[in-house]
Ligand binder design. Structure first.
Ligand code: ADP
Ligand code: MG
Length: 504
């Protein structure tokens, strides 16, 4: 194990120092268990459906009863290949299953089948944007977290402590459920970065259809390895927070753990390597057990399973069936629509959101304007109402219409907002009809503006003089006056042109 630690150490050389917390640099690495969305178990035909009566879905193979043999589930392998393709990893042409030996009541067979020395997915990376720390005034930053590996393994059963007094129940339904354990280098440098990584990974596994992403049901659970060090020192000793199954708890747990470790060191204490659990009721992390090293598991190749061989044409077949990846889609938005990388990343947070943007553009919207509306006003309202884009009361086609009317000069800002409001509340459904009904037609025939221009010029002699004297800014005041007098219906660009012409 000391070897592994040194590898992590070497991997960190030359990486920039992260933001300091009370003089310490925070180092975080993640292990994520993604439950693969196959109908049957990883080595048997038993069902993986969630919520069945306890102990009705574990078959003899899942329990490793004598005389049974595990058989690899092809669907689980294909899902591992999908992840490898999505993250730019190496997909091992030959990987090996190993027995990880330990005793636990929810693992009556005494070992878990996993992969150890040669995992199926090797390397790769996850890139995402992290918002600036509040008040720093900086822009969102793009981060990349490198993966060490992702390996296939079976899940264990579950101990139930709540329904029984003075005893625990064991439910083995989950035994043999296929998991992909996705392990990163210790590349994260803050809680915000860790949570952003987890969200991005969650987006990817659901996008490529390998995991249902249901965190409450435990389909996507993260272990956060956290350590702190003074800048320039060797990596500190890590503690591993187990089974984080919500992004909110993840943030609370890591924040607490960082403070706890710094407090301990500042008090002259030492951090012991440990596995800890987060208690959402107290907001604290607490050591569950001293952490085993891998030598304790006595890994050896499972004699019941041949090596997993993945031929190049299998990878090609899986590739051909993959949906367009969010990363590729975002690159396309930058290239074809001139969006910023950040905006493109925002729009590819989920397939439904990306489709909404595509449809708005198809309906005639200028991409940049559509993107601003979607990531701004629409995102705000969806958040406030806690609904997804699928439930947005304004359709992509309607947004497309609205944006078209903004781009062609029909709707100045203020009027556009009124139309949007009417669409959102259901007061109207057709953009042009709303413009008509609300009398928002712009005053863009120069004749109609003439009287207003005369009046504003007459009443603002001082501004006029200043502008003529070379003070460009004085024009803004005049444009503002005209806009006001027109009830917001004039087009500011046109007003500016008309004023300039008159005052020239
Ligand atoms: P295990 O926890 O199963 O023993 P590993 O040794 O492979 O597994 O490492 C687990 C995780 O711990 C990896 O995600 C790695 O990035 C992270 N990690 C390793 N060293 C540190 C450290 N000093 N601080 C924070 N995370 C670390
Ligand atoms: Mg671990």
């Amino acid at each position: 194990m000391s070897e592994t630690v040194n590898t992590f150490e070497a991997q960190q050389q030359g990486r920039p120092t992260g933001p300091l917390v009370r003089g310490y640099e925070v180092i975080i690495g993640f292990e994520t268990h993604a439950q693969l969305s196959t109908a049957s178990k990883i080595f048997s035909r038993a069902s993986t459906a969630f919520g069945a009566e306890p102990n009705t879905q574990a078959c003899a193979v899942d329990l490793a009863l004598p005389g049974t043999l595990p058989v690899m589930n092809k669907g689980a392998v294909e899902r591992a290949i999908r992840l490898g393709l999505a993250l730019g990893s190496h997909i091992a042409p030959r990987s090996v299953f190993a027995r990880k030996n330990y005793f636990y009541p929810d693992l009556p067979k005494g070992y878990q089948i996993s992969q150890f020395e040669i995992p199926v997915v090797q390397g790769g990376s996850v890139s995402f944007f992290v918002g600036p720390s509040t008040g720093s005034g900086q822009a969102e930053e793009q981060k990349t977290v490198r993966l060490v590996r992702a390996h296939l393994e079976e899940d264990a059963g579950k101990s139930l402590h709540e329904d029984f007094v003075g005893q625990s129940g064991i439910d083995l339904n989950r035994a043999g459920t296929p998991l992909l354990e996705i392990v990163t280098e210790p590349d994260m440098r803050s809680t915000a970065e860790a949570v952003a990584y987890a969200k991005e990974l969650h987006k990817i596994v659901t996008w490529i259809g390998i995991c249902d992403g249901n965190m409450q049901e435990g389909s996507f659970r993260c272990d956060a390895n956290v350590s702190v060090r003074r800048p320039g020192e060797k990596l500190g000793t890590r503690r591993e927070i187990k089974n984080l199954n919500s992004f909110k708890f993840m943030q609370q747990a890591i924040d607490y753990e960082i403070s706890w470790q710094i407090d301990t060191l500042e008090d002259g204490g030492k951090i012991e390597q440990a596995t800890v659990l987060f208690n959402p009721d107290t907001g604290e992390t607490r050591a569950m057990r001293a952490k085993e090293d891998s030598a304790d598991y006595r890994y050896f190749p499972d004699p019941d399973l041949p090596p997993l061989v993945i031929a190049a044409d299998w990878i090609e077949r899986v590739k051909a069936e993959m949906p367009e990846l969010p990363r590729v889609m975002a690159e396309r938005y930058v290239r074809d629509h001139g969006l910023s990388a950040y905006d493109a990343a925002q729009l590819t947070q989920g397939p439904a959101l990306a489709r909404y943007f595509d449809d708005a553009v198809k309906a005639g919207a200028t991409p940049k304007l559509a993107s601003n509306w979607i990531t701004g006003e629409i995102a705000r309202r969806l958040n406030a109402q806690e609904i997804g884009i699928e439930a947005a009361p304004v359709s992509a086609a309607q947004l497309g219409q609205l944006v078209k009317r903004i781009a062609d000069g029909t709707l100045p800002n203020n009027a556009a907002r009124q139309v949007f409001e009417a669409l959102w509340t259901g007061e109207g459904s057709d953009v042009d009809a709303i413009i008509e009904a609300k009398d928002l037609k712009p005053m863009n025939d120069a004749g109609a503006l003439d009287a207003i221009l005369d009046e504003v010029i007459a009443k603002n002699a001082k501004n006029v003089e200043e502008y003529r004297g070379g003070k460009e800014k004085a024009l803004n005041g005049l444009v503002g006056q005209v806009m006001k007098a027109s009830g917001g219906k004039a087009n500011p660009a046109q007003v500016t042109e008309l004023l300039k012409a008159r005052l020239a």
